[in-house]
Design a protein around this ligand. Structure first.
Ligand code: FEO
Length: 400
């Protein structure tokens, strides 16, 4: 049986995408799941659907529990197509009494599906609830987590939070619960998910967690729209979200670079030695060898952000432009930054990299270093000193 009862009368009826390797620029090397949930009560409610190509898998799972045509309500927690791709056909199949969505969900549904007026849509806002019989569904709008339409559904009788994309991980598994896999696997993927999907909206996460606390919502299970369901680790993942959303960082630095003929690479290593001489650990990540979404995950907890590129055609290497554009969009905060790079004649790369650091709001603590062609022994000394200077600034920031 692929459908799984996760709480009394609550079933996972989603689909597993073993092959997904890219989600809008985010590397999903371990695939993902599109989680949908079915609650059987006097009324039967389906929470979200799946990406269109997975409709048969979802229908098969629903049929293991009941006839899909007997679904009374569809609850659209999120309109992005990985959760609503099958919505139009599902509505045709089960002809539901109601389709519930948030106010922004209504706009998103209209602009995605351009449907006729006969969809039985009903808008619900934060604080609204519906009865399924013995169970209640309470709604909480979670605007910009991560779309304007996003919404949580909470079933108080089960202390179950159906959390849309929040608390998700891109991880294809036949296990359904986070406590069925090693913690490092699940939490690493949850961290990567936060870094690449939610980091941009970290202040909204902080506000939402405060609201959940103020409402006194008791949660003993969080069922996200991707990956594993949180059961034993609910306090841990809530605590991690609090830390990640508050931009908690360590006194370490991430050096991201690309190189043509190894000069910028050597510069990266010399700067790293300088940082280490001040007791600041580093991660040196080649933009050529490391996916942008892995880089973003490393950056999240590091105080130092150091960028390196040789000059190419008066600019920077395209790999670095890719990474810098991606990181900037996810809005890192409170970083200490610096730039470096080798050059042959014109040498504009450091200027461009400093421009990115400025746009990211970094505190640029060194004007940057350029080396012509290949670094000399003297250059290594200066680069190591630059690393040490950045290291001292990082340490000082933790004393303030
Ligand atoms: Fe998993 Fe925002 O869709």
């Amino acid at each position: 049986m692929a459908a799984e009862e996760i709480k009394d009368g609550v079933f996972w009826v989603g689909a597993i995408d073993w092959d997904l390797r890219d989600f809008h620029g985010y590397s999903t090397y371990q695939g993902t799941t599109y989680n949908a949930y079915l609650v059987k009560d006097e009324k039967v409610a389906l929470f979200d659907t799946v990406k269109m190509p997975f409709k048969n898998e979802m229908l098969h799972n629903i049929r293991e529990v009941m006839n899909p045509e007997d679904i009374d309500y569809i609850i659209v927690n999120h309109v992005e197509m990985d959760h609503s791709g099958y919505l139009t056909e599902m509505i045709k199949l089960c002809n539901p009494e109601k389709v519930f969505c948030s106010p922004m969900g209504l706009k998103a549904i209209r602009s995605h599906f351009h449907m006729s007026a006969d969809w039985p849509l009903e808008v619900v806002k934060s604080g609204d609830s519906i009865s399924l019989g013995a169970k209640t569904v309470q709604f909480l709008e979670t605007k910009m987590l991560h779309w304007p339409d996003s919404m949580f559904s909470y079933i108080p009788e089960e202390k179950l939070l159906i959390s849309s994309d929040a608390f998700g991980q891109h991880l294809a598994t036949t296990e359904r619960f986070a406590d069925e896999l090693p913690e490092s696997v699940v939490f690493d993927q949850a961290k990567k998910y936060f870094a690449n999907i939610l980091h941009l909206f970290a202040p909204n996460v902080t506000k939402l967690l405060k609201t959940v606390g103020e409402l006194g919502i008791e949660i003993d299970m969080i069922a996200p729209d991707h990956g594993l369901i949180w059961r034993d680790h609910v306090p841990d993942i809530l605590d991690d979200y609090r830390r990640w959303a508050s931009y908690e960082m360590e006194p370490k630095a991430v050096i991201i670079y690309d190189s043509m003929w190894h000069s910028t690479e050597r510069m990266a290593k010399a700067i790293s030695n300088g940082l280490l001489s001040e007791g600041v650990n580093t991660r040196i990540l080649s933009a050529k060898a490391t996916h942008r979404s892995e880089i973003m995950t490393e950056i999240m907890g590091a105080k130092g952000l150091i960028l390196g590129s040789p000059t190419l055609n008066n600019g920077i290497l395209p790999t670095m432009a890719d990474v810098c554009t991606y990181i900037k969009g996810l809005r890192p905060k409170h970083k200490i930054g610096a730039a470096f790079g080798s050059f042959g004649w014109s040498g504009e790369s450091v200027k461009h990299l400093n421009g990115y650091l400025e746009q990211m709001g970094c505190d640029i603590v060194h004007e940057g270093l350029r080396v012509k062609n290949v670094p000399t022994e003297e250059d290594y000394t200066v680069l190591t000193a630059m690393g040490a200077e950045i290291g001292r600034a990082i340490k000082k920031s933790f004393e303030e």
